[in-house]
Design a protein around this ligand. Sequence first.
Ligand SMILES: Cc1ncc(C[n+]2csc(CCOP(=O)(O)OP(=O)(O)O)c2C)c(N)n1
Ligand SMILES: [Mg+2]
Length: 569
Amino acid sequence: MAERADSTPNVEGLAEKISGGHLVAKALKHEGIEIVFTLCGGHIIDIYDGCIDEGIKLIDVRHEQVAAHAADAYARVTGTPGCAVVTAGPGTTDAITGIANAFRAESPMLLIGGQGALSQHKMGSLQDLPHVDILRPITKFSATVPTTERIADMISMAFRECYHGAPGPSYLEIPRDILDAKVDANQVRVPRPGRYRASIKSIGDPAAIETLADILVQAKKPCVLLGTQVWTCRGTDAAILFVKTLNIPAFMNGAGRGTLPPGDPHHFQQTRRYAFDKADVIVIVGTPFDFRMGYGRRLREDATVVQIDMDYRTVGKNRDISLGLVGDVGAILDAVTQAVSGRVNQGARERKPWMEELRAEEDRLQSDRLPRLTSDAQPIHPLRLCYEINAFLREDSVYIGDGGDIVTFSGGVVQPKSPGHWMDPGPLGTLGVGVPFAMACKLAQPQKEVVCLFGDGAFTLTGWDFETMVRFNLPFVGIVGNNSAWNQIRFGQLAKYGRERGDVGNKLGDVAFDQFAIMLGGYGEAVRDPKDIEPALQRARDSGKPSLINVWIDPEAYAPGTMNQTMYR
Ligand SMILES: Cc1ncc(C[n+]2csc(CCOP(=O)(O)OP(=O)(O)O)c2C)c(N)n1
Ligand SMILES: [Mg+2]
């Protein structure tokens, strides 16, 4: 049975009244929301008043995009949904990039937005826009709340919709008079915590589990790609057991990075293309065949390809597969591991030569690039910066990448030391996630270190919220790879149009980001000599403040990933 809101009679013997904003806060509390990211506006202030009563912390930022990105990141880090509250009109449109990013990244979060009063519906009220229509194509659920009594119920509905298939964002619009009105507490339904949705830990079709077990036991040269959903499902232990039981080389991408620690015999990073070219069985876990996978075309034509995903719509999209499994990827990997147990060594011993072949190739590629990783050149080679950052990371450092070329470089070099310690925007490729991601990370897990690498362009999109980091005392080590350009795009322009016509619309000024950090009350330093990177990073760590180490890097060096990008093909 659903709980009623506080229905203690008041002195006149009438039921207690409760306002819409207080119902919002109650419903958020029931979902386990402890932090709301927000930027104020007259349409939403009653929610703030409710949050005070429920003990929900408000983190007020300087741009609604930041609030939405932070809610997305909070969900990724905690495994519980994030929440942002923004005002009507421009407050909501500002948040759209953050919602779009969460949508493509399959991140469960709720955006609550204000709206003009229903009593002024379509009369031209301040900040009135068709928010629900605008948000619909980039959310899993987008609706307006028609009455105050329905507020808590519709919030539980919105959270339930976040978990339909692969997770994603929901949006609820609450008109101002609906939010401000007070209703009899015993007239409203407030769904109880943990009582309004089912577990999604499904293993799908049990017959498919057996089929995959058969395929894997017989495979000679299998490999597995552990993608973002391994982390989303908190399937790390299941993935490790799967890989070790079957003796399968593993590649990791997105939030799946760090599932196995660097140095683990099953951890491979640079030989993915080589393995996809030679493998007889390729298992793709929680990763779509999108641009990052060359739409599936990079997988050997005659390989047995198995796809495991939370989203039915992702499986078999863009490339034919031999077998598809839909459900919780951790639960599925566990079930497969169980299904192979007891079979002659699970074929593991036979795969030793394959593992050795890949390791030899991995070592060869690493020694080929070592001179660039350790280059003393000035201006600093981006690879050297990435090499230093990788060495600087501790077991507990969450690494965030927010930029173009410099972050592409880091993808091949920086290895998080544990699961859930890598964050990038995801397939929307949104620049500007760095500060909000760092903010949410540090709030959600203050005991952990946050290290964020920015492009000098990317930082400026949301950089003013560095001040919010200072205001809430959220220390992190920020590094700007500064090439005074939008270099990832610049490369494509130069390649296509040549020096003369290609160097337009992509240059930036030489900005002293270290001074910007100091101005806002943080720590800052500039670095031009590669040997100064490491001590500067240490000082940033020791400062206990939000920091920016502004590293001037070579604008004429480009990442292989930038040079080979599929966008122009
Ligand atoms: C919000 C947004 N705007 C534009 C782009 C297109 N874009 C992709 S990479 C890039 C350049 C990024 O520059 P910077 O952050 O300085 O990194 P660099 O490539 O110079 O290392 C741009 C503009 C994007 N991905 N996101
Ligand atoms: Mg740049």
